[in-house]
Design a protein around this ligand. Structure first.
Ligand code: FES
Length: 204
């Protein structure tokens, strides 16, 4: 087991996994100004994120999180939690899984999809803060756009398929079933797939 573990993860990833920073401890009181919850407990990948905010400066002063995700989800959220402390909400909102991956020295490609949970939970917590503080105009919704009308497949599902390993149109179809009726969505789906591959998998 030790050999396999050593081979897959960098020392930074292992450190964050073994000593995760800013985890919400059982019974810990943490009066959050914003809170986000994403993922699905049925898949075992739920993530909860809480932030404290300096209201005068719009800066994240403290953060706690909790997940039932895997080693990559734990390590990437731990790194993310250190990166966002002291940042303005605007800057924190823009941190991407790729930024976190860089901080970790790189996750294996097949584990990158595990690292997006913390990032999504953080944006949900920031939006929650805006909502609770009468700043609805700053809330940025991540609404899905339907790309394949026949099979009702969205851009978010295409991105998830890429994160889970789809690299060709056939692989994308296998994962999402898009393009299997009239085929009109093919060009747009390929363009999006290539964009997501570039976004998540080009080396930093
Ligand atoms: S729009 Fe995708 S198969 Fe028809």
């Amino acid at each position: 087991m030790a050999d396999e573990f050593d081979w897959v993860y960098t020392d930074v990833v292992k450190d964050h996994f073994i000593n995760p920073r800013n985890v919400l401890k059982p019974g810990e009181e943490f009066a959050a100004d914003g809170e986000g919850m994403v993922g699905n407990m049925k898949c075992g990948d739920q993530m909860m994120m809480k932030i404290k905010v300096d209201r005068a400066k719009n800066i994240i002063t403290d953060i706690r999180w909790k997940t039932y995700g895997c080693a990559s989800a734990i390590a990437s959220t731990s790194a993310l939690s250190e990166m966002v402390k002291g940042l303005t909400l605007d800057k924190a909102f823009l941190i991407s899984p790729k930024d976190v991956n860089k901080q970790l020295g790189g996750l294996p490609d097949h584990k990158i999809h595990c690292s997006v949970l913390g990032d999504k939970a953080l944006r949900a917590a920031i939006n929650d803060y805006y909502k609770k503080n009468g700043q609805d105009n700053k809330i940025q919704k991540e609404e899905a756009r339907t790309i394949c009308q026949c099979m009702n497949v969205t851009d978010h599902e295409i991105e998830d398929a890429v994160l889970e390993g789809a690299r060709t149109y056939v692989e994308l179809q296998e994962k999402t079933k898009l393009g299997t009726v009239c085929g009109q969505c093919k060009d747009e789906a390929i363009e999006l797939m290539e964009g997501y591959i570039k976004k998540h998998f080009t080396k930093f």
